[in-house]
Ligand binder design. Structure first.
Ligand SMILES: Cc1cc2nc3c(=O)[nH]c(=O)nc-3n(C[C@H](O)[C@H](O)[C@H](O)COP(=O)(O)OP(=O)(O)OC[C@H]3O[C@@H](n4cnc5c(N)ncnc54)[C@H](O)[C@@H]3O)c2cc1C
Length: 457
């Protein structure tokens, strides 16, 4: 039987697309890494279909690339070697929210924002909050070990995954992990599979830990006339024993981009911090905001706006979420990095990034989750003629982050965009060990090939 006939035995006709428009659509994501056409797009509706597909592809040595919403910024969902694009978006049911156990069980295609709203309506809280929450999927979050602004206080996706139904690349369906908060039986395969960027198999069901919803939240926008002051205020606030749930930084490029999209900041604003605390009552939170505001003022903050109620808070966050789309309007292309440095090194990293942009004649925005040292350095450029300078900029940013004791990616993953930089951070022996691990799970090398690791010598 041909591969195509076998595929048609696994999936109904309505779950397979071969047309050019669909192949193009599923050949792109948010990473600006070009379009890579799959031969076919398959829409799974259960684990059995996924298992049968992976078994078939393993036998026939056909590449399979899973995808969720394709909001990824490292090119993880791009079918760079063709083959099958496996979309999990139709597996989009929240299977259970258990208020007594504080858990939720979901299919991988559930949109993160839908889960957040569902559990919050029951007084529960799922903290990981990538800024793409209104369209990214839990499957994509698992594969990238997604973080977000609240990672500063609450950690990242991996900290909330208790167990999963997981299809390994040879087609077996496994139950890994547990449904309880504690549990140490066997190797931590959940820890391994979360963050494996679609290279070690496919999540078909996910059980997540939830927390009680904080009863009070307080948000402040701190405005600075100098970027360096804002950067120094980040570590000063944390060093004073204040643990906000978010501490986000906007640089002058991000602020100008937002102004171009209709947001207004008082004249002379060159940088801003979004400071947010949560807890059980408003009064102590306001005291915490006042302490942080005093520290910010010592570092040159000229104004601190405290959100009065949900609408004002949402307006501040709406601005933060619009940074990436607003920067996109400034140039035809945008490459987004997400390096992390120790928090005390944030001012140095930002200064070095901006100096490099000036030297190379490129606009570089540096913003993001500064509270945990995770900065989005966005390089804007016009076209292919700029690529040599852009490549030099990327390499300089990565090298500088490593030199300061940091890492090349804090949450977006290595994917295809950063695989040539992995060797800046990891030894050849470590990369080789991971390649062998990958080969153990995937002998034919079909699972999202061309990602994470540089090509073997
Ligand atoms: C405006 C914007 C803001 C963003 N902000 C953040 C942020 O604050 N924090 C952050 O961490 N990220 C952020 N991102 C990046 C992105 O949204 C996340 O990486 C997200 O987790 C990707 O989810 P997705 O459903 O779009 O996955 P996709 O992009 O479709 O896929 C991502 C990876 O997951 C794999 N995959 C998808 N589903 C499965 C599955 N079921 N099983 C196994 N592998 C699977 C794919 O193969 C791929 O490697 C942002 C993106 C945008 C566009």
């Amino acid at each position: 039987m041909s591969f195509l006939d076998a595929l048609k035995e696994i999936f109904p006709a309505s779950a397979l697309r071969f047309d050019d428009a669909s192949r193009e659509e599923y050949g792109r994501d948010e990473s600006d890494q070009g379009t890579h056409l799959p031969e076919v797009v398959a829409f799974a509706s259960n684990a059995q279909e996924v298992a049968a597909l992976l078994g078939l592809c393993q036998r026939e040595r056909v590449p399979v690339t899973p995808c969720g919403a394709r909001s990824g910024k490292s090119g993880g969902s791009l079918p760079v070697r063709g083959g099958v694009a496996l979309s999990l978006e139709r597996m989009n049911h929240i299977l259970e929210v258990n208020v007594e156990d504080l858990t939720a069980t979901v299919q991988p295609g559930v949109i993160l924002g839908d889960l957040m709203k569902t559990v919050e309506a029951k007084g529960l809280f799922y903290p990981p909050d990538p800024n793409s929450w209104d369209w990214c999927t839990l499957g994509g979050n698992i594969a990238e070990n997604a973080g977000g602004p609240r990672a500063l206080k609450y950690g990242v996706t991996r900290d909330y995954v208790l167990g999963m139904e997981w299809v390994v690349p040879t087609g077996e369906v496994l139950r890994v992990g547990k449904r309880t908060i504690k549990g140490v039986a066997g190797y931590d395969l959940v820890g391994l599979f979360v963050g494996s960027e679609g290279t070690l198999g496919v999540a078909t069901e996910i059980t997540l830990q939830l927390l009680p919803l904080p009863r009070a939240v307080c948000t402040a926008l701190m405005l600075f006339s100098e970027l360096d002051g804002a950067a120094r205020a980040v570590s000063a606030i944390l060093a004073h024993g204040i643990l906000p749930r978010t501490l986000e930084l906007l640089d002058p490029v991000a602020i100008r981009a937002l102004e171009g999209s209709g947001y207004h900041y008082p004249g002379g604003t060159q940088a801003a911090l979004i400071f947010e605390v949560d807890g059980s009552a408003e009064e102590p939170l306001l005291a915490e905001v006042a302490r942080a505001a005093a520290i910010a003022e010592e570092h040159g903050a000229r104004e601190v706006q405290v959100a009065q109620g949900t609408a004002q808070r949402e307006k501040i966050w709406e601005g933060r979420r619009q940074v990436s789309p607003s920067l996109r309007k400034l140039a035809r292309h945008k490459l987004s990095e997400d390096i992390v440095v120790p928090r005390g090194k944030i001012p140095e990293m930002i200064a070095a990034t901006h100096a490099m942009g000036a030297r190379l004649g490129l606009t570089v925005a540096t913003y993001g989750h500064a509270g945990d040292g995770n900065l989005h350095a966005n390089v804007l450029y016009g076209g292919p003629e700029d690529l040599p300078r852009v490549q030099e900029a990327m390499a300089t940013i990565m090298r500088h982050a490593i030199r300061l004791g940091g890492t090349i990616t804090g949450e977006h993953g290595v994917g295809v965009a950063k695989r040539r930089f992995l060797q800046l951070e990891q030894s050849p022996e470590l990369i080789d060990l991971q390649r062998r691990l990958q080969r153990f799970f995937d002998p034919a090398g079909i699972m999202n090939p061309g990602k994470i690791f540089p090509d073997a010598p």
